[in-house]
Write a protein that binds this ligand. Structure first.
Ligand code: SF4
Ligand code: SF4
Ligand code: SF4
Length: 599
């Protein structure tokens, strides 16, 4: 690759040809600010905050879209640059509600931080005073507040390029531009799978998770309620971040201690039902292998993927495992098995889950998720919401002594834990399926081929003479590539894992902000480190799961298992999707609608 040498703020920099100035500057420790740039995802130069002075160029250049050139001399902090940046940010602020103190992104907002970094103390411009734009709280998971939107389009790019969902896009022109679902619909009446990836990249408080902390505080303070909580595998490697610990810290014991201090009556681990999922899904896979189909079996634990499948690939619903997600298996057991064992009326149990995921909020509200006779999981809190509760309670998280989960749902294996990373469900399933089929102990327990951040991973595993072909996809855009090949017959697999979010749940839409590639890698490393440290690393070795089968469920795929732990899917109507086409008139929209085309 050809290399280019230039000078940035007096420092000589050599980088590959084509590198944008903003990235070249980062290699020598210079942070050029931007509100719209997302490396390789949103490179549109729209906010102009990254303006830099390039010698011999007539005007300031946007560093995110200007490639380096040999001999280029760049100034990133000249008086002209500073003045331009201030003007741009003041103009944004002139049309922005000053609601920082009550905003969900207060103290974690890129616009707020930039105004502080640039020393903005007054706003010299009057602003256009756009018409009022109502908050869209039509989903149980994602809230959209267009009044705070700065039109950076990061969310649009992520929804399109990472998720391939195209649920949101710009409509209107100039000051009237709004980012939202097609046909000016609400998020709840759109293709949005509620994955929250747009929330993770939104620089301001224009997209955020629906907050249920007040409802949970109320339950905790109600003496008539018995409040149980489950914590998903990927929460323990991320909860420390907003509470003062480095990314990649494993905070399992501190998280348990914090939840107990907040007042939860029992603190359980979703790793337990992840192990249970493997028992059910592994058995389902073996049954289908024996019967000859339907194959490939596709995993079902990622609720964003399930909603996507129901709308975009309903013809594959027979291939998707009928297993509920670990969250929902836990919910169904909490209000049946656990209620019975603890002698508590299930109507008095409030079941809360701590998830790395916004789509789980949607999942727990699906009407079919009430096999216990009640809504199986009452409230889902993201890792961000839990961190806020811990801060509100004034707990010194970093110094909390570690505590253990409660019995009986507190025992999980390494296999349950690795559900938190892309490839983890597949690896956990292979560990169990191999041993159940062969009756032999696995010599090499780590299936490296299905680990890591590569978008599509494939492997072939010899299970007692049968070559089992598996594939793993994370992000829905990658899932689409894989599924289209499967549908066309270009590729054939026995078993496919699909996770909605980049990196799997460690990169879920409910995780702390920021969540970027480097942080995802650190969380993944922590997940596998946690797996290595656990005494039990295979789901079928979980003694609490074995006991549950002995005393309650009978055996995997039993009648009772089907009643409580399995579900069904429904075809969803196809919504209009947003491919970016600016300035569509209502008449054009109507024509497109009648033709069944997207705008
Ligand atoms: S989005 Fe940021 S700048 Fe705007 S009100 Fe919220 S915290 Fe303040
Ligand atoms: S939640 Fe996911 S699907 Fe919905 S708009 Fe955001 S990125 Fe797109
Ligand atoms: S909603 Fe957020 S990410 Fe999307 S365009 Fe507006 S400010 Fe940018």
């Amino acid at each position: 690759m050809a290399m280019v040498t230039l000078t940035i703020d007096g420092k000589q920099v050599t980088v590959p040809e084509g590198t944008p100035i903003i990235e070249a500057a980062r290699t020598v420790g210079i942070d050029i600010p931007s509100l719209c740039y997302l490396k390789d995802i949103n490179v549109i130069g729209s906010c102009r905050v990254c303006a830099v002075e390039v010698e011999r160029a007539k005007t300031l250049q946007a560093a995110c879209v200007t490639p380096v050139a040999n001999g280029m001399v760049v100034h990133t902090n000249s008086p002209k640059v500073r003045a331009a940046r201030k003007t741009v940010v003041e103009l944004i602020l002139s049309d922005h509600p000053f609601e920082c103190l009550t905003c969900p992104r207060n103290l974690n907002c890129e616009l707020q931080a930039l105004a502080e970094r640039l020393g903005i103390r007054t706003v010299r411009y009057e602003g256009a005073h756009r018409e009022e734009r109502p908050v869209d709280a039509s989903t149980p998971a994602i809230v959209r507040d267009p009044s705070k939107c700065i039109l950076c389009r990061r969310c649009v790019s992520v929804c399109e390029k990472i998720q391939g969902v195209y649920a949101i896009g710009p409509y209107g022109r100039g000051m009237d531009t709004v980012i939202g679902p097609a046909w000016r619909e609400t998020m709840g009446n759109s293709s949005c799978v509620q994955c929250g990836q747009c929330v993770l990249v939104c620089p301001v408080g224009a997209l955020y998770e629906r907050d249920y902390t007040n409802e949970v505080w109320a339950a905790l303070q109600d003496p008539t309620k018995h409040v149980v909580v489950q914590t998903a595998p990927a929460t323990r490697v991320a909860i420390g971040e907003p509470l003062g610990l480095e990314p990649g810290s494993i905070s399992t014991g501190k998280m348990v201690a914090a939840l107990r201090a907040l007042g939860f009556d029992k603190v359980f681990d979703t790793d337990f039902t992840a192990d249970l999922t493997i028992m059910e899904e592994g058995s389902e896979f073996l049954e289908r292998l024996k019967k000859g189909g339907p194959l490939p079996l596709i995993t079902s634990c990622s609720p964003g993927w399930i909603k996507y499948m129901e709308e975009f690939y309903p013809e594959l619903s027979e291939n998707v495992s009928s297993c509920k997600s670990p969250q929902q298996m836990f919910g169904a057991l909490a209000k049946t098995f656990y209620a019975e064992k603890a002698g508590i009326d299930p109507k008095d149990i409030v079941s809360v889950s701590i998830m790395p995921c916004t789509a789980k909020k949607f999942e727990c509200n699906r009407p079919e998720m009430s096999d216990s006779g009640y809504q199986d999981v009452d409230y889902v809190l993201t890792v961000r919401e839990l961190a806020r509760m811990i801060k509100e309670a004034g707990l010194d998280f970093k110094n909390l002594p570690d505590e253990e989960y409660d019995a009986p749902f507190g025992i999980g294996t390494g296999a349950g834990l690795i559900f938190g990373a892309t490839g983890g469900v597949m690896e956990a399933a292979l560990r169990t399926v191999y041993e159940l089929v062969t009756g032999k102990t696995l010599e090499k327990i780590d299936f490296e081929d299905v680990r890591g951040l590569t978008g599509l991973k494939k492997a072939t595993v010899d299970v007692n003479g049968t070559e089992v072909k598996v594939a793993v996809a994370h992000t829905l855009a990658n899932a689409k590539i894989l599924l289209d090949k499967v549908k066309s017959g270009e590729e054939q697999f026995h078993f496919i894992e699909i996770m909605t979010c980049p990196g799997g749940c460690i990169g879920g839409g409910g995780q702390p902000i920021p969540t970027d590639t480097e942080i995802r890698e650190k969380r993944i490393a922590a997940i596998y480190e946690g797996d290595r440290q656990l005494p039990l690393r295979k789901s079928h070795e979980n003694p609490a799961v074995q006991e549950l089968y002995r005393t309650f469920l009978g055996h995997p795929l039993s009648h009772k298992s089907h009643e409580l732990l399995h579900t069904h899917y429904k075809k969803r109507p196809r919504h209009g999707t947003m491919t970016v086409k600016y300035g569509v008139t209502p008449a054009e929209e109507e024509t497109a609608a009648s033709n069944g085309h997207d705008t």
